[in-house]
Design a protein. Structure first.
Length: 100
């Protein structure tokens, strides 16, 4: 585990920091849906409920960072939450080279 993100495995922290910094930089100029509570509750992106995650995934589609966020999610398919419009059960097969 890592000191800055205690529940995060060390191998995940550098990629997460890069994605978080990119989101913060872009969010200053453009709208990033996972940072806007007026669209959906922010908790939907990390919810365990399929209905919440599906709504969050749909809200990702206009995001200017959808490709970068999806790349993170595919690199870390077991990471909880919605990344780049993909829910966990969509990312795991794609990361393994299979269709969801």
């Amino acid at each position: 585990m890592n000191d800055r993100f205690p529940s995060m495995p060390d191998a995940l922290a550098p990629d997460w920091r890069s994605l978080a910094a990119l989101i913060a930089a872009v969010d200053e100029r453009d709208s990033v849906p996972c940072r806007r509570s007026d669209l959906l509750p922010i908790a939907y992106w990390t919810s365990e409920h399929p209905e919440d995650m599906n709504l969050a995934a749909q809200a990702c589609h206009p995001c200017p960072l959808i490709a970068q966020c999806a790349a993170y999610g595919l690199k870390h398919p077991k990471e909880a939450g919605v990344y780049g419009g993909l829910v966990p059960n969509q990312r795991e097969p794609r990361a393994a080279g299979r269709k969801p």
